[in-house]
Design a protein around this ligand. Sequence first.
Ligand SMILES: Nc1ncnc2c1ncn2[C@@H]1O[C@H](COP(=O)(O)OP(=O)(O)O)[C@@H](O)[C@H]1O
Ligand SMILES: NC(=O)OP(=O)(O)O
Length: 310
Amino acid sequence: MARIVIALGGNALGKTPLEQREAVKNTAQPIVDLIEDGHEIILAHGNGPQVGMINLAFETAAQNDDNVPEMPFPECGAMSQGYIGYHLQNAIRNELVNRGINKSITSVVTQVLVDKNDNAFEHPTKPVGSFYTEDEARKLIEEKGYRMVEDSGRGYRRVVPSPIPVDIVEKEIIKNLVEDGNIVIACGGGGVPVVEDEEGLKGVPAVIDKDFASEKMAEIVNADLLVILTAVEKVAINFGKENEEWLSEMNVELAQQYCDEGHFAPGSMLPKVKAAMKFASSKEGRKALITSLEKAKEGLAGKTGTLVTA
Ligand SMILES: Nc1ncnc2c1ncn2[C@@H]1O[C@H](COP(=O)(O)OP(=O)(O)O)[C@@H](O)[C@H]1O
Ligand SMILES: NC(=O)OP(=O)(O)O
């Protein structure tokens, strides 16, 4: 039995609320398999597509209807945590009940402290929202002043600042819920980024990388394993090239060499590898696994995925 923090990638969530409600039914299966095998699960999830969609929806509606307010980014992040958490806890609870497993699950709307001087605020890197063609991207830059980048050969996306998580504000509650045997969903979308000023904590317009926030949470709950679930079964070097090579294992030193050689795309695979390296280095015996949702069980059995060790 292991204590496992799982960081769920966007592909587990579909593209629209309706798609998401269906997608999480499939997502629940491998997660409940792990719970059935006796593992303690703490779940985090991405929100890039969803937070971008919510923000754009309000922005577009506000331009056309005076009754609709602009929705600030931290509020959009909190909304995305709420509705993704609701779908996940609903689907996982239904699956637990189906299998006769008596466990409770809840989502914690999580605030994550960031440094107000983090230079990420000057250099937006986090892709959010939908994918666009180059022409559509150019139009969005002109009309809305968005910053757009090409995202891993999949199209153009808006990018926003992505500061490093410093601390998790609700960490004691998360730890207590885990210690009491509950399944916890927390740090959704990397958490709502907050900074501290004279008045207290205040939300800032940014999106924290959920892989980094999950890593922080894995250290805080003293997890044995950080599992990062995404669209690919393994991490590759020379990704997408003729000499592509899928990796089964790498230690931190080799991973650093591959990072330096530029094998992992910033904003997609790079944060996953960096988070895995940080967790594997944080305490003796800790490891991280990067694989796909469908292969989670096989990955934990050591049969697939990319294992990152100290
Ligand atoms: N070196 C690499 N090895 C494997 N996948 C890579 C690599 N570099 C970039 N990728 C891309 O990164 C994607 C995962 O990042 P992303 O889609 O942002 O994650 P998430 O699942 O968290 O939404 C993969 O599906 C793949 O397209
Ligand atoms: N917040 C975040 O990391 O979202 P994605 O995983 O969807 O990029």
